[in-house]
Design a protein around this ligand. Structure first.
Ligand SMILES: Nc1ncnc2c1ncn2[C@@H]1O[C@H](COP(=O)(O)OP(=O)(O)OP(=O)(O)O)[C@@H](O)[C@H]1O
Ligand SMILES: [Mg+2]
Length: 252
């Protein structure tokens, strides 16, 4: 894949759930290779609905999603699932094997990896999220935050083209939240991160999209969007008490 083909292109994406509720009304944006972008927006804005379109879990609306030049659709589903790693909002939607190790091995094994290479892949992914000591435990015996970290490992193990995280910092203790941020910053991968944690967005993502009522309401530098009081109010985005985005200097 060449350097100029974007990791993700979403064009004219509209979608209504089977009960008739329309969640997306024509969403357009492009994310270049290696960008880290936050997807912000109030409850019910359509963020998760959008995320579920990125690897074809939801489909059947109008518009297109393209991952590194490959259209998301039934034809290329296996390849798309390899390229797009989604950490779901609820880790219990992601973990279903008897042990943590098997959950992390599942994706790479399905893609044909085995033996020592697979073991090494699993070990590295668990180590990155600080969960290597939990490899033989059943996921359902872990705390929520531990399950989230394992869910991140299942996706890291796939070495995806684009990593999509739906509220990755929710229910993480402050140290785990920071450690996950360090991991995301250290990866040489395109990241789209849905979050209500606006300081986290500012810290990790130079660019943000605001999704509101099923359309992209803003697309720009995270610091500028968070400093736009009118925009923030209109889309029910609130900074934590005492947090001033203007006083934060972004790392490289
Ligand atoms: N399975 C479903 N059937 C019908 N409507 C749904 C379904 N799932 C979500 N919706 C509706 O679609 C809209 C968008 O929901 P979505 O979960 O994408 O929002 P969100 O931006 O992820 O919100 P949150 O910040 O609370 O996670 C909401 O109005 C929601 O009620
Ligand atoms: Mg959601």
């Amino acid at each position: 894949m060449d350097a100029v083909t974007p990791s993700l292109e979403v064009a004219g994406l509209a979608f209504a759930y089977p009960d008739g509720h329309q969640a997306l009304f024509g969403v357009d944006f492009t994310i270049g290779r290696g960008e880290r972008v936050a997807l912000l927006g109030p409850n019910g804005a359509g963020k998760t609905t959008l995320v579920l379109h990125l690897n074809g879990i939801l489909s059947g609306g109008t518009g297109t999603v393209t991952v590194a030049g490959l259209p998301v659709g039934k034809r290329h589903m296996a390849e798309i699932r390899r390229r797009v790693g989604i950490v779901f909002q609820d880790p219990d939607d992601q973990l279903f094997m008897p042990t943590v190790r098997e959950d992390v091995a599942f994706g790479p094994a399905a893609a044909g990896m085995k033996g020592a290479e697979l073991e090494e892949r699993v070990r590295t992914a668990l180590e990155r999220v600080g969960m290597e000591a939990f490899a033989d435990r059943p996921p359902h015996h872990l705390s929520f935050g531990q399950r989230r970290r394992v869910a991140v490992a299942t996706v890291l193990a796939m070495e995806p083209e684009i990593l999509v995280l739906d509220e990755p910092s929710s229910n993480l203790d402050p140290a785990s939240r920071r450690e996950l941020g360090d991991i995301l910053r250290s990866l040489d991968v395109t990241v789209l991160m849905v979050t209500h944690d606006l300081p986290y967005a500012l810290e990790l993502c130079p660019r943000s999209l605001v999704l509101s009522e099923g359309v992209i309401a803003a697309d720009g530098k995270t610091g500028e969007l968070l400093s736009d009081d009118e925009l923030m109010r209109t889309h029910r985005l609130e900074l934590p008490f005492g947090f001033d985005p203007r006083s934060v200097t972004m790392g490289a």
